[in-house]
Design a protein around this ligand. Sequence first.
Ligand SMILES: Cc1cc2nc3c(=O)[nH]c(=O)nc-3n(C[C@H](O)[C@H](O)[C@H](O)COP(=O)(O)OP(=O)(O)OC[C@H]3O[C@@H](n4cnc5c(N)ncnc54)[C@H](O)[C@@H]3O)c2cc1C
Length: 474
Amino acid sequence: MHYLIIGSGLSGLSVGASLLKAGHRVTLLEKTDVVGGLARSFRKDGFLFDIGPHIFFGKKMVARLQDLLGGDVDLMLNDRLKEAIYFDGRFFKYPFQPKDLLFKMGKGRLLKALWELSVRNLWRNRRLDEYDNLYDWTTSKVGPTLFYYTGLDSYIEKLYGLPSDKISSDWGKQRLKPLLGFRLWRSILRGGIPSKKQQRAYTHYCPEGIGEIADSLARYVNQNGGIIRLNTAVEEIQLQRDAIKNVTVKGSNGISGMTGDYVISTVRIVDLVKMLSPAPPKAVVSAANALRYRNLILLYLIINRPRVLKNCLVYVAERNTTFKRLTEFKHFTDKAAPEDKTTLCVEICCNPDDDIWKEKDDIIFQKSMAELQGLDIVAQQDVEAYFIQRIPSSYPIYYLSYRNTLTGIFEYLAGIRNLVSIGRQGLYEHDNMSVVIRSGFELADRLGQSNSKNIHEVSEEVYSDRLNKYAKVM
Ligand SMILES: Cc1cc2nc3c(=O)[nH]c(=O)nc-3n(C[C@H](O)[C@H](O)[C@H](O)COP(=O)(O)OP(=O)(O)OC[C@H]3O[C@@H](n4cnc5c(N)ncnc54)[C@H](O)[C@@H]3O)c2cc1C
């Protein structure tokens, strides 16, 4: 089989590498001039940067990657407990450690929080399936006192631009699960001391930046007969009855057509829908247009000081700051900056039509500097240089009815027998690297187990898994 893969982020590369290993032909089509998508690294003036912080979670996936790549990926163990969250004018350890929280929140608030966690929590848990929004779901678990005190409400609003009662509970089920319920209680009963598992909390990073993972996968693809065509944007996908017949790409040599037996798309699902020709029914196109994304502005600072943060990254939950997270890459790898200097990445989320998205770079810099100075993190005279990157559609927004919207789109796409849409953008998932890599591996397995008669069922299974992913998490 010849697979055409649209996009060379971690989803495209991981499924491509696994399909090659299984003996198939693979061609990846990438519109930019580099591989890695959101998980890439770059050097500028001798400093090493990622697209925001990129920590690799999950030691099983490290082993699987090393196995596939014959050890040709350098993932070193990192210290998860060096993250922090800033709210109430102070830094707290993140992931939250009950001891840290309980001692800093004051007696009155602590008693209220414990009451909500116990008596109130038991009462509300009986109706968990009714909680479709994030506010109800989270407060049913930890109570409003902890929810507000830890700045979760303001952090979520900064991230998604919507209040927590307008966000689906899927977000909590996906991203807050480890912090809530049984595990939180177990920690409290242990006197707030993190368990051995928490202390070990496996995260990994690469010495030359997180982009090494994509580079290693791309090397594997190239060395094993796969093709990666950079600067090649897919513009149109022509259908004949229920199958793709031709893919039109725009590359350095102009427009050309490509054919393959099966197409795997990792681009935004809305873009995929718009590429299809003939166009899908109006209802599908308007469903795709209804999907909402949050853009990201990354302000990178080069600083004339050896270090500025105690932690590798800090979530800033305070409402009165524009940014939502700060990352000092030097905590991940010494190669990020020379000994006497450091760098900081300041993340600001916004909607595509917000003024700040189109704001001049120096205005964003001045505003952020005023806030950073206010928090006593870095003074403007220490900043040697800065630059800004704008990342559109970096976060799919889990608004309340997003799953209904996706259902209609998936039903249509599942009717195209040689197409599947995967990855963060392709499945509209706010997911991390190990999840998208695992999904790539799993897709290659599923395709390997299918034959020409039942291959159309593969995409049905992928879409059904996506829609039901959080159904069992209470
Ligand atoms: C700020 C930020 C911080 C993050 N931090 C972490 C973290 O700490 N840990 C973690 O595990 N994960 C993190 N993630 C998530 C992680 O980056 C993603 O889950 C992962 O990189 C998604 O890979 P992907 O291949 O699915 O998508 P993408 O990386 O988006 O890849 C899609 C690719 O398709 C290409 N493309 C688009 N349109 C076309 C077209 N028409 N033709 C051809 N090619 C096209 C794009 O150029 C891109 O290369 C973070 C994400 C962000 C935004």
